[in-house]
Design a protein around this ligand. Structure first.
Ligand code: UDX
Length: 471
């Protein structure tokens, strides 16, 4: 009798922070667990970085399908936040997803969606498929998401937001007000409503996959195993399957990698704020001076600042004596040309972080960037900007001890002296303890993915359930 390979479909929301881990999950299901996989990608206009990523080699039995671009311009206004936009895009893409799956010759056994795709569970139910959600962030973030709908509105609104009291998540670290997830701040905001919906839908899944591993978040994963504690409506098992990260492409040639080849070991601090992070004009200037004062080599992926204050105008009108962009201090490129590299577009981050010359990472703490840093044993300076990044920063500094973080209030500009001191803290000898911790976590993450180890077994469990559902 011929045994059929199980076919799984995955749904990725737009944005590299989601697409990258969904792609890695698809690859692993095919190469380690005997699946055929189809990844549906929701697009607006495929960005350059997205198309580059989608060109990277994939296993034979993995197919990537771009769903027809969705136009949400009539459904948003200038103040609609990016998280809400993502939720709306995913909703608009549902009819084409339903059509694409319905048209398949053999019905796939399961649908795995990312955080923004839980409304597609209805399609999985209708088509008699198993349904899973893949959290591309931490177990702690998952715990907050599914616990929030059970929380008294008064607790969130008055105690947490108004009085700045920590939000208690049973069995997990509590969430300080300064580190709170943005949508929690405004219960009238559309994103809050969307987020609560996601928190209600997630536990209705056949399972929740998380890009973390047992030894990284033992306490939180323990609490998530005890469903009653978090006020769950149903019992969806949680599967830590990480760390799934995009591997560096061997032999990739680029100017920045050639420059790194010429620098001493662990001498370069890499600065990047992910796929969409920007700073104010004032903050960009302070960061430039902080880098210079630290006297460390650096690679800085810099984006034009957001014009958030009057100070921005001063920088815009400043005349430049060299090629330095007008949002950086005058002659910055000339003064730092021997020690620094400024990149104005997309950088080959996975390759940079795995280069032996890199010794530290100043990061917005997006979860993919964080995992890439840990996977290379690189200690961090945590500089969170939006979404759940402040939670990630708190975990990195206080819980797992691989990062330093500014003491400034999130609304304040971090001064150049503090930036200098944080960079020295990581790059000089005093950073050794954090480096050792990052190295230890790198090994623990690698071990978790080995055949027979915790993350491998978690994904095997999901795979077995899919195979059983075929019988
Ligand atoms: C956001 C959230 O902040 C993150 O925590 C969440 O889990 C996903 O959505 P994003 O801002 O995209 O993520 O950051 P991150 O999660 O770090 O992902 C960015 C990815 O793009 C990383 O894999 C990084 O290597 C890559 N990247 C980014 C590049 O390759 N080059 C760049 O120049 C910038």
């Amino acid at each position: 009798m011929q045994t059929m390979k199980p076919h799984v479909t995955l749904l990725a929301s737009p944005g590299m922070g989601h697409l990258i881990p969904v792609l890695e999950l698809g690859k692993r299901l095919v190469s380690d667990h005997g699946f055929i996989a189809t990844i549906f990608v929701v697009t607006t206009n495929t960005s350059l970085s997205q198309s580059q990523l989608l060109k990277s080699p994939i296993p034979q039995l993995l197919e990537i399908v771009l769903l027809p671009p969705v136009d949400i311009s009539a459904l948003i206004n200038p103040s609609t936040g990016i998280l809400t936009q993502l939720a709306i895009m995913m909703r608009q893409a549902l009819p084409s997803l339903r059509q694409a799956i319905s048209a398949m010759r053999f019905r796939p056994t399961a649908l795995i969606v990312d955080l923004f795709g839980t409304e597609a569970f209805a399609i999985a139910e209708e088509l008699n498929m198993l349904k899973y959600v893949f959290i591309t962030s931490t177990a702690w973030f998952l715990a907050l998401t599914i616990h929030l709908p059970a929380l008294d509105a008064k607790v969130v609104e008055e105690e947490h937001v108004k009085n700045h009291e920590p939000l208690l998540i049973p069995g997990c670290s509590s969430l300080r007000f300064d580190d709170t997830f943005e949508p929690v701040l405004d219960r009238n905001n559309q994103m809050y409503v969307e987020y609560i919906r996601m928190g209600i839908e997630m536990p209705t899944a056949d399972g929740i996959l998380v890009n973390t591993w047992q030894d990284l978040e033992p306490k939180t994963l323990g609490a998530l195993g005890d469903n009653m504690k978090l006020g769950w409506v149903t019992q969806a098992p949680v599967y830590p399957i990480g760390p799934l990260i995009r591997p560096a492409e061997p032999g990739l040639s680029s100017e920045v990698l050639a420059w790194l080849d010429m620098q001493p070991q662990q001498s370069v601090v890499y600065v990047s704020f992910g796929s969409g992070g920007t700073l104010s004009a004032k903050q960009t200037t302070e960061l430039a001076w902080g880098l210079e004062l630290s006297e460390q080599r650096f690679i800085w992926v810099v984006r034009p600042p957001v014009e958030d204050d009057a100070a921005a105008a001063v920088f815009k009108t400043g005349k430049r004596s060299d090629d330095t962009p007008d949002f950086l201090p005058d002659c910055f490129l000339t003064r730092t040309q021997k020690t620094g590299l400024v990149i104005l577009k997309w950088a080959p981050q996975a390759e940079i972080l795995s280069h032996p010359s890199v010794g530290g990472f100043l990061s917005h703490c997006g979860w993919n960037s964080t995992l890439e840093s840990i996977a290379n044993g690189v200690p961090m300076i945590a500089w969170p900007l939006y979404a759940e990044q402040r939670m990630n920063a708190a975990m990195l500094t206080e819980d797992i001890g691989v990062a330093v973080r500014s003491t400034a209030n999130p609304s304040e500009v971090v001064g150049r002296e503090e930036i200098e001191s944080m960079i020295r803290e990581i790059m000089e000898k005093k950073g050794n303890a954090r480096r050792a911790r990052a190295e230890a976590l790198k090994l623990s993450g690698e071990n978790a993915l080995r055949k027979g180890a915790s993350s491998y077994n978690s994904l095997s469990h999901v795979a077995n359930d899919c195979v059983m559902s075929l019988k």
